[in-house]
Write a protein that binds this ligand. Sequence first.
Ligand code: PLP
Length: 429
Amino acid sequence: MKYQRSSALFREAQKVIPGGVNSPVRAFKSVGGDPVFVAKAKGAYIYDVDGNKLIDYINSWGPMILGHAHEPVVNAVVEKAQKGTSFGMPTEIETEIAALAVSMVPNIDKIRFVNSGTEACMSAVRLARGFTGKDKIIKFAGCYHGHSDSFLIQAGSGAITFGAPNSPGVTAGTAKDTLLATYNDLGHVKAVIEANKNEIACIILEPVAGNMGCIPPAEGFLEGLRELCDKNDILLIFDEVMTGFRLAPGGAQELFGVDADIVTFGKVIGGGLPVGAFAAREEIMNYLAPIGPVYQAGTLSGNPLAMAAGLAMLKELNENRAVFNSINKKTEYLHNGLQAALTAENVKFTINRVGSMISVHFSEESVTDFTSAVHANNENFKTFFHGLLDEGVYIAPSAFETWFICDALSYEDLDATIAACKKVASTLN
Ligand SMILES: *Cc1c(COP(=O)(O)O)cnc(C)c1O
């Protein structure tokens, strides 16, 4: 496939946008080459500016769980836009989507909408600090919670890709309040808590990690965290920006049967528009302004177009719950096909999968945390990525990302993908 026009557009973009992109991982820096510029997308396919048609496995990094330009979502946005795009005053649709979200997700009474997953996680931590009156937080190496200062400490995907886990601009003062723990290692978490007795406001984690490739929680890990939090008066925050409305209607809380104190959302909840949200039981949420002391606000929060897209998406998922089973089955089919293809070509690999989150690490050892994820063979990933792109299959341009499966994928698409993987696998070490 040819990508001349994409390359030309990338050169133009670099003159006026740092690195030519508005979010770093789009720039292909960890795989080399020029990024693909999109002209349009429909269902499971991206159509780029050179006229190529690509089977899409990032789906805007998760939101397009039902495929691109899904009609109920598009129609809802178009209809809303004609009535005005922002007011900075309350609208009924905000209550509608809030009520629906609260009804789908276990263990939450109230929800506040913001504009991104970053904002959701940042606000959730402020709320946890305000509610507990404590300053420190525990995060896990390799987990990503957006780009706000407290989280840019071994932050997964983008940050790993760029080899700058501790970003300049994050002050030592901020960094000292973020305590790092090892994913899937309860003993380590316990030790960190012991060393910081009565100072920890919250533990935040991705209940299934998706920003160091896909890494499932070990048996008992989430339950163990719940117990440690209860014992030590710490709030447990599930960052469900990736897992929410994907692993189950009620996200990871429902799938694993473990309750979090605060849950954050993004991606699917906005149906492809810029939306994030955080939610908790009433007692915690009532700590927020205007009824509580913890300040949090947003000029465009609860924006009518964003709420229309999100509501249309959540309604579809709520009314057609067979979707969750359908995408899980498709992902399992892909898993089996990839496993067979890579095995046949004698490639060293590990596939991790939970529901419709899946990733391939080019490493023989099991991948359970940040350290084991980093040990995989990145040269093989680069070859794999570019080989698939040549075959018209678009996966995330970083070895530390999950593939996002959408329900618009047909079994023919999956077969074509598996065939492409087999062909490319023969070129790997
Ligand atoms: C994508 C992501 C975020 C950040 O969301 P943005 O909308 O990009 O700010 C936070 N947490 C997790 C788990 C994510 O996958």
